[in-house]
Design a protein around this ligand. Structure first.
Ligand SMILES: Cc1ncc(COP(=O)(O)O)c(C=O)c1O
Ligand SMILES: [Zn+2]
Length: 399
């Protein structure tokens, strides 16, 4: 299994056992690439546990690295009632820390420990920090997290606290927090665990492997886009499967952004190559409250190559989507994930996705990540004396 780390701007090549998260050229993103894809078939994986490491031949971590795992991946694929006749939801909220980030974190933490890192650092809208804190605890590494102050959902913050992370709140947005994290890493103080770390991508690509292994290649995969690491990872993985001959066609990708943080969706709509970044992103979906997606080039390329689209949804559409999924399907997702579902609904209404098409929508995080938004939806609620409960329910039932 020969692989190297390439810079996607200047082409510089590094060995996989080098501590490289960013190319020294400072322009490109690093990417793990196989020199030649390993010879695998679906039978190679059969009989193994579902999850990220089911596909270990396609994750080229150094062979003598001890794997740091909490049993991530292998999440449910749930058939929905709509909005197309064949819509399946990949529930990434079922991961160990409640979001898809665990897929990338098992791989990046494995490599961090292998490379001898002692501390790990990330900037985060919440889920990366929750996940990194748990995996760092598991691996015996020191987690340092940099957060946009006051903009991280309570559930995610609670996880970071519980796992003992050192929390640095900055008076700024996610994009500024990421700049700070990159500087900490460049000083050699800690190993960077954001999705610009190429090993995160190697884990996150497995969500696509699971989807196609379980339902075949759908016509569309719909997912939320913030910093754009996940959509880049998904496309990288799918192309590897295609090149290895494991799938015969590729799906189209639909990347969904929140209207207040939608530089890629707006660029797509206007047909321009370079997005106009958003200085003050704002949305109820704090996980994707990102104005300057670091992987924007890869994401634009992925959507273009796949013949897909970007779309944006308003906060109102996000909250309606969250409520609809929770009440019509029994699935509780956080607002960023509801954005993907709301986006899918919109694309079907617009006729871009056909009612007969086979769709997988990725619900990236669990509803409990953001308990305040979950609890903000209207529902019948009463406060009465115990003796009055039966009478009250009688009245309600007879309505
Ligand atoms: C729940 C959730 N959905 C979607 C995203 C967006 O993923 P990416 O930043 O890789 O585009 C995030 C990122 O934090 C997230 O936490
Ligand atoms: Zn470079």
């Amino acid at each position: 299994m020969r692989a190297s780390i390439y810079c996607d701007e200047c082409g510089t090549v590094h060995e996989i056992n080098e501590k490289i998260v960013m190319c020294p050229c400072g322009k490109g993103l690093a990417e793990v690439r196989f020199d030649e894809l390993p010879k695998v078939s679906w039978d190679t994986f059969k009989g193994r546990h579902w999850g990220v490491w089911r596909y270990r031949e396609l994750i080229p971590v150094p062979t003598d690295a001890g794997i740091v795992s909490l049993g991530e991946g292998g999440t449910p694929l749930i058939k929905l009632r709509g909005p197309t006749r064949h819509t399946f939801l990949k529930f990434e909220g079922a991961n160990p820390t409640g979001s898809f980030k665990d897929r990338g974190m098992t791989v990046a933490t494995t490599v961090a420990r292998y490379l001898g890192a002692r501390a790990v650092v990330c900037a985060s809208t919440g889920n990366t920090s929750a996940s990194m804190s748990a995996y760092a605890a598991r691996a015996g590494l020191k987690p340092i997290i940099i957060l946009p102050e006051g903009k991280v959902a309570k559930g995610k913050l609670a996880q970071a606290v519980l796992h003992g992370a050192t929390i640095i709140n900055v008076k700024g947005n996610f994009d500024q927090a990421l700049e700070a994290a990159v500087k900490v890493s460049a000083e050699g103080l800690a190993y960077l665990m954001n999705s610009i770390n190429p090993w995160r991508i190697e884990g996150q690509k497995t969500v696509g492997f699971e989807i196609v292994e379980e339902m075949g290649v759908p016509d569309w995969i719909v997912l939320p886009v913030g910093n754009a690491g996940n959509i880049s990872a998904l496309w990288k993985g799918l192309k590897e499967l295609y090149t290895a001959g494991l799938i015969e066609q590729l799906p189209r990708l639909a990347g969904i952004q929140a209207s207040g943080a939608a530089p890629l969706a707006k660029a797509f709509k206007h047909g321009v190559e370079e997005p106009e970044f958003v200085d003050k992103p704002e949305t109820v979906a704090t996980a994707i409250r990102i104005g300057r997606p670091v992987s924007w080039k890869r994401a634009m390329r992925a959507v273009r190559e796949s013949g897909g689209v970007f779309e944006e949804v308003s906060d109102e559409e996000i909250l309606n989507g969250q409520r609809e999924l929770a009440r019509n399907e029994g699935i509780g997702v956080e607002p960023a994930s509801a954005a993907a579902y709301a986006g899918l609904r919109k694309l079907v209404d617009e006729g871009i996705i056909g009612k007969d098409e086979r769709v997988a929508v990725i619900a990236t995080g669990h509803a409990l990540k953001d308990p305040e938004v979950a609890a903000s939806h209207p529902t019948p609620s009463f406060s009465v004396r115990p003796a009055d409960v039966v009478t009250l329910v009688m009245g309600l039932i007879s309505d």
